[in-house]
Design a protein around this ligand. Structure first.
Ligand code: NAD
Length: 292
């Protein structure tokens, strides 16, 4: 029986860990939040009292944390993954943390005799709950093959994007598109309304015309046209505007590092910054329509 240590049982990590338990894996978990541990225990997980306990003797260690700083903390701490994991264990990082420092962490994992892959996800909390996440995996072949059954217990699609670090590259490119397209459709709804079009009519047309995109057909930022979207519940997240801002800043940092000018990405980061500055950052990212 594969033993898994899961670190970071938040909005995404908890439902992902639950699916691993349902699939029959032996899952231990650690989080800094007591409530997360309570929920994890209810789902049948083994709660660890500290990081080292969650890492030692596991075959696979998964991190699902918010930031690169948090990932570095749990990897590099004296009682952390690289110091305490057993030789040839597989470290899977599902967090979205961008390019800065990612290859260095893979190298340090390798120096510690660990296998590793970066496997950020698309699909949100609904996908995490429904076991329908898409994984973008940067990894050597052997690490991916070892991780595949674990990933398939949490999602339905795996894209091998290339060498370690490339999963992060794919994820921040994808989210830059999402940030930009959510703004584009928000502006269209505002313009349509001021021209006398009903939101329903505009939705029906665009959803069947060349303006169609995922943000429109699955996540429209106006109430009443789709079921179960944040716009129908006062923009309760979902995926918060602060998280979208984080990802847009990660893509801007990567673009700067690569010497690429992504103008729409930069503009969308500035608009999400305004949402945060207006105190709306904990609303869902589709609340961007409020500043359009
Ligand atoms: P979250 O803040 O809900 O969860 C992170 C968890 O990590 C928290 O429970 C926190 O207590 C825990 N944590 C932080 N530092 C820790 C430490 N040192 N040791 C143990 N636990 C620690 O975040 P989330 O929404 O689950 O997102 C996680 C990652 O997934 C982010 O990088 C995010 O960008 C990405 N993501 C999120 C979504 C979404 O819809 N929420 C979708 C796709 C990708």
């Amino acid at each position: 029986m594969t033993k898994i240590g899961f670190i970071g049982l938040g909005h995404m990590g908890l439902p992902m860990a639950k699916n691993l338990i349902k699939a029959g894996f032996n899952v231990s978990g650690f989080d800094l939040q007591t409530e997360a541990l309570v929920q994890f225990k209810k789902a049948g997980g083994t709660v660890c009292n500290n990081l080292a306990e969650c890492v030692a003797s596991q075959d696979v260690i998964i991190t699902m944390l918010q930031t690169m700083q948090q990932v570095k903390t749990v990897c590099l701490a004296e009682n952390g993954i690289f110091a305490k994991a057993k030789s040839q264990a597989l470290w899977i990082d599902c967090s979205t943390v961008g390019m800065d420092g990612v290859t260095d962490l893979h190298q340090k994992a390798s120096d510690a005799q660990l296998m590793s892959l970066d496997a950020p996800v698309s699909g949100g909390m609904a996908g995490a709950e429904a076991q329908t996440l898409t994984f973008m995996v940067g990894a050597l072949d052997a690490a991916l093959e070892k991780g595949r059954p674990i990933l398939m217990a949490m999602g339905k699609k795996i894209f091998h994007t290339g060498l370690p670090g490339s999963g992060q590259a794919a994820k921040i490119c994808n989210n830059m598109i999402l940030g930009v397209s959510m703004i584009a459709i928000s502006e269209a709804f505002q313009l349509g309304e001021s021209l006398g079009l009903s939101t329903q009519k505009l939705f029906d047309v665009v959803n069947n015309a060349s303006g169609q995109c995922w943000a429109m057909s699955h996540y429209a930022p106006v109430p009443g046209v789709l079921e179960n979207v944040p716009a129908n519940r006062g923009y309760e997240p979902g995926f918060s505007a602060n998280m979208m801002l984080k990802d847009l800043l990660l893509s801007q940092a990567a673009a700067k590092g690569a010497g690429i000018n992504t103008q729409m990405g930069a503009l969308s980061a500035a608009m999400y910054q305004k949402v945060a500055d207006d105190g709306l950052g904990e609303l869902d990212f589709s609340a961007i329509i409020k500043v359009c």
